[in-house]
Design a protein around this ligand. Structure first.
Ligand SMILES: Cc1ncc(COP(=O)(O)O)c(C=O)c1O
Length: 387
């Protein structure tokens, strides 16, 4: 089977028989398009090394030097940041890196900038540290362009951190160099630390290129912490593995200090899988997945257009669509209708900020069979509204 077919092979029956929260949160007659987990098989190279780890009984305290070396090399070649293994911190996914950045830069009462809309966990992490969310409003009509003039307006002397998310969950925007430069110039001018969440760096449409914020110039590099992970490209969220870095050695030393006793690196199974996931011999898997995702994205565009009052902005990156439903129903009402009447689970847009009102986030990293069934159910619900 050619790999594009592998990405199109998931069935409802097969997914219901497999583990994972996504397909088991709701009753089995619901199509789950809510959480950002894909329905793709695990790459054979990953399965092989994990099985080998079990055969080797690789369960003692480990040495992660080799993996940090490999990641430092990846960061230099792919992201354009010159760091050594000692400046690479392994984390249990991307979220602990965001937490570290917050603890490093803020004290209770300080302000943290996130876009509206943005990934829902950002707000939770900020508020759990008794800091204040400052929303950088993005305009849907302007395809969620990051307008630095808007950013300038919300910065105060209490703003200590900006969270940059590129490619962006849930808007699917990939920031261009002009937008990144706008953000960087303000952060440098106002001396604000930036944490750049680049987890989705591989999921890019239409030959777009990912630009790492910190690679723009030495000034922004010096005040930025960049975080990456594996969960989205490889469908391995359960391995809970990620990493972060900064070219600023003082920042790295502080992050290590803050994380002592808490940030323990990643487990031995992930240490086996990481070299496979960053190896260029695995690039074929990403390439074939993107071919399939282009097909599914275009199918979704077509179906949304046929539905009538659904506006789906161009998806530039991620496998998350964020269409607006112009039916006068709020996101929460739409969620209820789709779930109870249509038996399809989507994430309400307001989970991602007030500006997500009337939108729903739809995870499209699946087969044509599953997304087709989900879209049929969405369409059936919308037809009842028109009557
Ligand atoms: C932008 C973004 N950051 C972080 C995460 C969480 O990633 P991880 O599971 O690697 O912590 C997600 C998950 O969807 C995400 O979309």
């Amino acid at each position: 089977m050619y790999n594009e077919d592998i990405f199109n092979s998931s069935t409802i029956e097969g997914m219901l028989a497999a583990p994972g929260r996504k397909w088991h949160r709701y009753p089995p007659d619901v199509i789950p398009l809510w959480i950002a987990d894909p329905d793709f098989p695990t790459a054979p190279g990953i399965r092989k090394v994990i099985q080998q780890a079990i055969d080797d009984e690789d369960f003692l305290y480990s040495d992660n030097t080799k993996v940090r070396n490999i990641l430092a090399e990846k960061i230099a070649t792919k992201n354009g940041l010159q760091v050594s293994k000692d400046e690479v911190i392994l984390t249990n996914g991307v979220e602990p890196a965001l937490w570290l950045a917050l603890k490093y830069s803020c004290k209770p009462g300080d302000e943290v900038v996130i876009t509206d809309p943005s990934y829902n966990e950002f707000k939770k992490i900020i508020e759990a540290s008794d800091c204040k969310v400052k929303y950088w409003k993005l305009d849907f009509k302007n395809r969620y362009k990051h307008d630095s003039e808007e950013l300038k307006k919300i910065i105060t002397n209490k703003t200590k951190l900006i969270i940059n998310c590129n490619p962006s969950n849930p808007t699917g925007r990939v920031l261009n160099s002009e937008e990144l430069k706008g953000l960087a110039d303000i952060a440098i001018d106002k001396k604000i630390t930036v944490v750049s969440d680049e987890l989705w760096e591989d999921i890019l449409f239409d030959d777009r290129k990912h630009i790492t914020l910190a690679s723009l110039n030495p000034e922004i590099s010096d005040q930025t912490i960049t975080a990456w992970g594996f969960s989205k490209t490889w469908g391995v969220a359960g391995l809970q593995s990620g990493y972060c870095t900064s070219t600023n050695k003082d920042i790295i030393s502080e992050l290590k200090k803050i994380g002592t006793g808490i940030i323990q690196g990643v487990n031995n199974i992930a240490l086996r899988a990481i070299p496979v996931m960053v190896d260029r011999h695995s690039d074929y898997w990403k390439r074939d997945m993107m071919k399939h995702l282009h097909y599914i994205r275009d199918l979704c565009y077509k179906r949304f257009e046929e539905m009538g009052s659904v506006e789906a902005p161009e998806l530039q990156g991620t496998y998350l669509m964020f269409p607006k439903f112009n039916y006068g129903l709020k996101s929460i009402e739409l969620e209820k209708m789709f779930l109870e009447q249509g038996k399809v689970a989507l994430s309400p847009g307001t989970n991602f900020g007030p500006n997500g009102e009337y939108h729903m986030r739809i995870q499209i990293g699946t087969s044509e069979e599953i997304i087709g069934e989900g879209l049929n159910r969405i369409e059936s619900c919308l037809k009842t509204l028109k009557k």
